[in-house]
Design a protein around this ligand. Structure first.
Ligand code: PMV
Length: 369
């Protein structure tokens, strides 16, 4: 496999780091990192976590993972060594996943080979609410590890640290690469953003005021684990007969988005967002074998949202992740009426009436101890 430009740069820097002796050998860092919701979806990838098309997402504010990493470096340690707890309790499946992720990072962070990490993470959103937690979890871990590296070997430029975190988060979960930035982020090479990259995400500049502070109310139609995992879903795109057209349409949608985000045309934004959600699920249905992650209440919610939009003329639209839950996006200027509608007319479709009200957020934050 050919090495990409940024990968080369990071591996070169890692060789230099491997020659250094840490400034301090123990310490701790704490971060909170948000989840994100894609408006143009990433679905399908090539080896090395390279996306088949570019994507754009809104970073959330309330749905975050908090992580604390205590580190101890010593030449004597044969690492990476990991003591992991989730919300204060042992969790062997998360622990195994993180350890194998740490092993893949050794090429970029050679000091991990001599480090013992004690990590605890927790989510602010209810456990198994059906919210994709890998984006917030993997970005929190990547941001935390980059800060550990800074503490061990001296301060670095914050922008470079974010780029590296995005790169490393991507290796854990593609969508996590976008959670490193606040407001909106793009991952994948796309024509109208010259500095975009398939190796890491970038922040979206010049967002029109009408999108700033946008709301996302999440209808929890079904919590619990999905019948088909995202990684299998991505994989099935390799044999999906419609995938080539899908990747082309995604690029067209990204180009249209670049105009819309500057001119503030919210109804066109909704148009693309809903089309992307339905396309994502039609890709699942047309995979071989095909599968359906929407539930009857997902479809009913979509009808009610569209009907409400027709009746009121208000800017409200939906999107879906790879699951049954419905994300409802709307500008903060319509928040009072739309939140009222959601709470009164959509609650009966949700598992135990569960709705999470979230909004565009500022991105990762360091937690001061
Ligand atoms: O990051 P992954 O591998 O879990 O894939 C996520 C894919 C979607 O959430 C369905 C779309 C996206 O762009 O976030």
């Amino acid at each position: 496999m050919t090495m990409r430009a940024y990968e080369l740069e990071l591996k070169y820097a890692a060789k230099k780091i491997a020659e250094l002796t840490p400034l301090e050998t123990t310490g701790s860092v704490s971060w909170k990192c948000p989840s994100n919701i894609a408006v143009v979806k990433y679905w399908g990838k090539y080896s090395g976590q390279i996306p088949a098309n570019s994507s754009i997402s809104m970073t959330l504010k309330e749905a975050v993972t908090k992580i604390r990493i205590d580190y101890k470096w010593s030449r004597e340690i044969k690492g990476p060594k990991l003591n992991y707890t989730f919300e204060g309790k042992e969790n062997s499946s998360f622990s195994r996943r993180i350890l194998s992720y740490l092993l893949t990072l050794v090429d970029f962070m050679p000091w991990l080979q001599h480090t013992e990490l004690t990590i605890d993470s927790a989510n602010t959103f209810p456990h198994s609410a059906g919210i994709a937690s890998s984006a917030s979890a993997m970005s929190a871990l990547a941001m935390g590890l980059c800060e550990v590296e800074e503490k061990l070997f001296g301060n670095k430029d914050m922008e470079l640290c974010k780029r590296k975190s995005s790169y490393l988060a991507r290796l854990g979960s593609g969508s996590a690469s976008r959670s490193v930035y606040g407001q909106m982020a793009i991952w994948g090479k796309t024509a109208n953003w010259a500095n975009s990259s398939e190796e890491y995400a970038i922040a979206v500049e010049d967002i029109h005021d009408s999108f700033i502070g946008m709301k996302d109310s999440i209808l929890i139609i079904e919590s619990g684990t999905k019948e088909v995992s995202s990684s299998l879903g991505h994989d099935l795109m390799k044999t999906n007969p419609y995938s080539k057209v899908r990747f082309e349409v995604a690029e067209e949608n990204m180009q249209r988005m670049s105009v819309i985000l500057r001119n503030g045309d919210i109804s066109q934004f909704i148009d693309i967002m809903e089309n992307e959600a339905l396309t994502l699920h039609s890709m699942m249905m047309t995979s071989q074998p095909g599968y359906i992650l929407m539930k009857p209440n997902t479809v009913e919610a979509i009808h009610r949202i569209r009907d409400y939009r027709r009746r009121t003329g208000l800017s409200i639209g939906f999107t879906l992740d790879a699951g049954a839950n419905v994300h409802i996006l709307y500008p903060k200027s319509h928040a009072v009426s739309i939140t009222n509608f959601i709470n009164s007319e959509l609650k009966d479709l949700c598992e135990q009436g569960k709705i999470l009200h979230d909004e565009m957020g500022p991105g990762p934050e360091r937690i001061k101890e």
